[in-house]
Design a protein around this ligand. Structure first.
Ligand code: PEP
Length: 251
């Protein structure tokens, strides 16, 4: 049985005091969501403060990125071991903003995924097509290429510890949410890719989140699709009531 994961990607937003208040607000009410997994992914400079604010609650801590090397002369980078040291359970990898603004390739994402898994982190690996790619009928080809590239070389056991987030790029931060049917068909296609490479049992166990303009108003419809196992939430994760309103859609 797959547990729903609702994760907030705070991106490069907030400062220390509101970040801690947001984390505390979510942690305070987290017990109302016993059947779900909740996570917050603040900017890396606030991981420590937010980790303290959610300590003892059921809210997991996640980072938004990491580098694949263990340590060394990589100015500005953070390793998987450092994230573990800060209490992280999750790390978002291959977010579309990193792919398209910062030029991250599937190969680079793959190295990060392998390093995250080796350190015991759960990577939330993002895939998703651009609007032009959807309009050109390339959605499934793009998803297949990103799946093959970003998740290359994972053993079955490693794959079982990955969360995939399907985030159509045209739906991120735009207010244009994918319809539940559009999302479901891609989630199902991803599950089939897992089945083809591994087996049906493994495919049934991997969690696949949807992300892209998820709000309390549209969350329940999306989350009741059979292959949608949670949400990766950007803008709406910056307000306690909106984030938990989305989580409520999964109860
Ligand atoms: C995201 O950045 O992962 C995201 C889904 O953003 P938003 O919810 O704001 O569309």
């Amino acid at each position: 049985m797959r547990r729903v994961l609702i994760a907030g990607n705070w991106k490069m937003n907030t400062t220390r005091v509101p970040a801690v208040a947001l984390a505390e607000g979510i942690a305070e009410k987290a017990n109302d969501f016993d059947s779900l997994d909740l996570a917050v992914c603040p900017p890396s400079c606030y991981l420590d403060a937010v980790g303290r604010a959610i300590a003892g609650s059921k809210v997991g801590l996640g980072a938004q990125n990491m580098y694949h090397e263990r340590e060394g002369a990589y100015t500005g980078e953070i390793s998987a071991a450092m994230l573990c040291d800060l209490g992280c359970r999750y790390v978002i990898l291959g977010h579309s903003e990193r792919r398209h603004i910062l030029g991250e390739t599937d190969g680079a994402i793959n190295q990060k995924v392998l390093a995250a898994l080796a350190a015991g982190l759960t990577p939330i690996v993002c895939v998703g097509e651009l609007l032009a790619e959807r309009e050109a009928g390339q959605t499934f080809a793009v998803i297949g290429r990103q799946f093959d590239g970003s998740l290359a070389g994972l053993s079955a056991e490693q794959m079982s510890n990955v969360v995939i987030a399907y985030e159509p790029v045209w739906a991120i931060g735009t207010g244009k949410v994918a319809t539940p049917q559009q999302a479901e068909e891609v989630h199902l296609a991803l599950r089939k890719l897992i089945e083809k490479r591994y087996n049906e049992g493994l495919a049934k166990g991997v969690r696949i989140q949807y992300g892209g303009s998820v709000k309390p108003e549209n969350a329940a419809e999306l989350l009741k699709q059979p292959d949608i196992d949670g949400a990766l939430v950007g803008g709406a994760s910056l307000k306690v009531d909106l984030f938990l309103g989305i989580a409520a859609g999964a109860l």
